[in-house]
Design a protein around this ligand. Structure first.
Ligand code: NAP
Ligand code: MG
Length: 403
């Protein structure tokens, strides 16, 4: 069987625990037998990050900026327990956070849908994609606990010696809590541009939701910047037949429960954190949610939305059989390959990505599934596959479908 040539190198970022085991199987059984591909390999496993003082993470993000497309395995974000478990020098920052800040990207999460899994919400017929702003707000906030009466103020001191701005937050009569958060126009513009680019490339309508009726300056800034960007991209949106709609976040939540899906729902950082898990659960399993980081200058990093599936890995280490869902990791590869083929103008590479996805969906629709899907499938399957067994079934199916 002759291999399909991939023109431009693809950046590959390896990861940790169960997903690292899955990663090697996907590469050996689904990718390398079929493709002649130059993989620029970065080992983001936590031990290698520790040895390189996390330089490997920075290098991998810069490689995506150089080559344009990357595919990433899930990685451990170490906390104190992990520092002990893996004997690390320190609790290194989240690799995803590091990569996001270098690429200045927006994260899009899309559930993989199959005909024999009915979403929890009856009206959902097509995937609902979440576009989560991945900078600032709650995630870069400063907080204080105060234990006595006093005045809390917001103060802005310009670098150029201009007038100081201030506002009283609260005259406290007793103990309480205070939080200050920020965002930047630059980051919000990038977010809006990335969402518009994604909606155009997928030809799906775009929603943006926040609460500008209450937050007349902070949330309103997001709404205004979205409006500006939509106006600036009006021709491209019209050409793609993509419409834009602003909604109050509570209205959006009510609307989505009777919507058929097939939209991109853009949200601020915290809303995206909360609602992406709701959408994932509503469509089925975490093992079926894909994630792509898109930068405003057109670089792409594909991954699964879930983590390293630690509990399954510990079973694997004990020598027990596991049944971990590899679908989102396989779709990270197929997504990256389809994008690589599209950018390179190599339709045979795009077709390979499509065939790989069809092989996965075909297995599930025939009732060949991992354990997490058993209770979701109708009619109920007779049993379930091991982690490796499922990938072998996909590999067999991929070989069987004609080129
Ligand atoms: P997780 O990997 O998302 O898994 C949590 C639970 O969800 C699993 O125990 C499993 O439930 C279920 N699950 C998730 N993915 C599955 C799959 N593919 N197939 C079957 N079941 C699946 O979260 P975690 O185990 O709490 O976190 C492990 C590590 O992942 C942490 O160190 C965290 O820092 C990291 N993390 C990384 C990323 C990333 O790199 N993108 C994202 C999130 C978390 P059952 O045990 O009930 O079967
Ligand atoms: Mg979350």
């Amino acid at each position: 069987m002759s291999k399909i040539k991939v023109k431009t190198p693809l950046v590959e970022m390896d990861g940790d625990e169960m997903t690292r085991i899955i990663w090697a199987m996907i590469k050996d059984k689904l990718i390398l037998p079929h493709l002649d591909i130059d993989l620029k390999y970065y080992d983001l496993g936590v031990e290698k990050r520790d040895r390189t003082d996390d330089q490997i993470t920075v290098d991998s993000a810069n490689a995506i900026k150089k080559y344009g497309v990357g595919v990433k395995c899930a990685t451990i974000t170490p906390d104190a327990d992990r520092v002990t478990e893996y004997k690390l020098k320190k609790a290194w920052a989240s690799p995803n956070g590091t990569i996001r800040s270098i690429m200045d990207g927006t994260v899009f999460r899309k559930p993989i849908t199959v005909s024999n899994i009915t979403p929890a919400v009856r009206s959902w017929k097509k995937p609902i994609v979440i576009g989560r702003h991945a900078y600032g707000d709650l995630y870069k906030s400063m907080e204080l606990v105060v234990d006595r009466p006093g005045r809390a103020e917001l103060v802005f001191t310009p670098d150029d010696g201009g007038a100081v701005l201030n506002a009283t937050i609260k005259e406290f009569k007793g103990p309480g809590v205070i939080m200050g958060m920020h965002n930047t126009d630059k980051s919000i513009h990038s977010f809006a541009q990335s969402c518009i680019n994604y909606a155009i490339s997928e030809k799906i309508n775009l929603w943006f939701a926040c609460k500008d009726t209450i937050s007349k300056k902070y949330h309103a800034r997001f709404k205004d910047i979205f409006n500006e960007e939509v106006l600036a991209h009006k021709d491209a949106l019209d050409r793609a037949g993509v419409t834009y709609r602003f909604l109050l976040i509570d209205d959006a939540v009510a609307q989505i429960m009777k919507h058929e899906g097939g939209i991109l729902w853009a949200m601020r950082n915290y809303d995206g954190d909360v609602f992406s898990d709701m959408i994932a659960a509503g469509f089925g399993s975490l093992g079926m949610m894909t994630s792509v980081l898109v930068s405003p200058d057109g670089h792409f990093e594909y991954e699964a939305a879930h983590g390293t599936v630690r509990r399954h890995y510990y079973e694997h280490l004990k020598g027990n059989k596991t049944s971990t869902n590899s679908v989102a990791s396989i779709f990270a590869w197929s997504g990256a390959l389809k994008k690589r083929g599209e950018l390179d103008g190599t339709p045979e590479v795009v077709r390979f990505g499509e065939r790989l996805e069809a092989a996965v969906l075909g297995c599930i629709e025939d009732g060949v599934v991992t354990k997490d899907l058993v209770s979701l499938i109708t009619p109920a399957p007779a049993g379930y596959e091991t982690t490796e067994g499922f990938i072998d079934k996909v590999a067999g199916r991929l070989c069987a479908v004609a080129k």
